[in-house]
Ligand binder design. Structure first.
Ligand SMILES: C[S@@+](CC[C@H](N)C(=O)[O-])C[C@H]1O[C@@H](n2cnc3c(N)ncnc32)[C@H](O)[C@@H]1O
Length: 289
């Protein structure tokens, strides 16, 4: 599926992509960042990218790089998202990685949460690998309680600030290893109506527990299946390049045999210039009872 995220989120725009980079606008700030899936020629010349960009992240090695600043960028700025009853205020900043506090493609998941939540009374929602918590905020507007898990304390604190700035008080923020948290929830007998997970290819828990998607996703999904209510939904993003449709279908049919595939597709983000980047697989599973 191809989508122009700007149609869902006016404050975000993918202006152009190519040369393994993307040119994006977040509110009033325009950034150039690396994009592995943009290995083609951009539409606009680099001089034009350079003239409108405030900053560019240049990779110096695989997981490191520096921001070249071309115009003043505030240490922190906010962008807003709203849809129907819910409003999100997201704090953004240039971090030491190329990430700035938001994965804009997640807006598609927020729209789905908004659509499905009326089917649940007093919804209990869990966000695993939740980063700065914007999906937690999107769910909080429709839930009795949201539990937000990430292993990095700094992004959990960032989530707390985003929740406070958005006036949401029903988010329980926990810095913990996601697989460990889920196995503890099984022992505690906790149940959830909705779960979202966006696991990285490689990660690390609070106590340096190793997370390797390909090796550990099976066990995590088996555990997640045990903490779902009868009537429930699961939202999952899979970016890893070694994941194909066959592998994902096998995973879902194995661990969620009674859930229906509401959506299971690769999503491409269309730029204003007309070209595309790959946002990986989006999965939504729903079970009626
Ligand atoms: C791809 S980001 C998730 C983005 C998020 N869905 C969003 O839209 O903002 C992956 C997150 O997983 C976290 N993470 C990595 N390994 C983890 C682990 N073992 N337990 C919990 N969180 C982990 C990272 O700190 C990072 O914030």
């Amino acid at each position: 599926m191809k989508v122009n995220l700007n149609e869902f989120w006016p404050e975000y725009e993918l202006i152009d992509c190519g040369n393994s980079c993307k040119l994006e606008r977040f509110g009033s700030i325009v950034l150039i960042r690396p994009e592995v899936t943009a290995g083609f020629e951009p539409v606009l010349p680099y001089e034009e990218w350079r003239s409108i960009a405030h900053a560019e992240f240049v990779e110096t090695s695989k997981n490191a790089g520096v921001w070249n600043i071309y115009k003043p960028v505030p240490e922190m700025w906010t962008i807003n998202f709203s849809s129907g009853e819910f409003k999100i205020k997201a704090e953004l900043s240039l971090t030491r990685s190329k990430h700035i506090g938001v994965f804009p493609e997640q807006v598609l998941n927020w729209k789905f949460i908004e659509k499905i939540s009326p089917e649940f009374e007093k919804m209990q929602f869990l966000n695993l690998f939740g980063y700065t918590g914007l999906s937690s905020l999107a769910a909080a507007a429709f839930s009795e309680r949201v539990t937000h898990i990430d292993s990095i304390k700094k992004v959990v604190d960032w989530t707390k600030r985003n929740a406070q700035n958005s006036g949401l008080q029903n988010i329980r923020c926990i810095a913990e290893d996601a697989p460990k948290f889920v196995s503890r929830e099984i022992k505690r007998g906790s149940k959830y109506d909705g779960i979202i997970l966006d696991p990285p290819a490689i990660g690390v828990g609070t106590n340096n527990e190793k997370w390797v998607l390909e090796e550990m996703i099976d066990e995590l999904l088996a555990d997640i299946a045990q903490i779902m209510n009868g009537k429930s939904f699961v939202i999952m993003n899979l970016y890893s390049h070694s994941m194909n449709e066959k592998f994902i279908h096998r995973l879902l049919l194995t661990y969620f045999p009674q859930h229906k595939f509401e959506f299971c597709e690769k999503v491409y983000g269309q730029s204003t210039s007309g070209n595309f980047i790959d946002h990986g697989y989006f999965v939504r599973l729903v079970k009626g009872q």
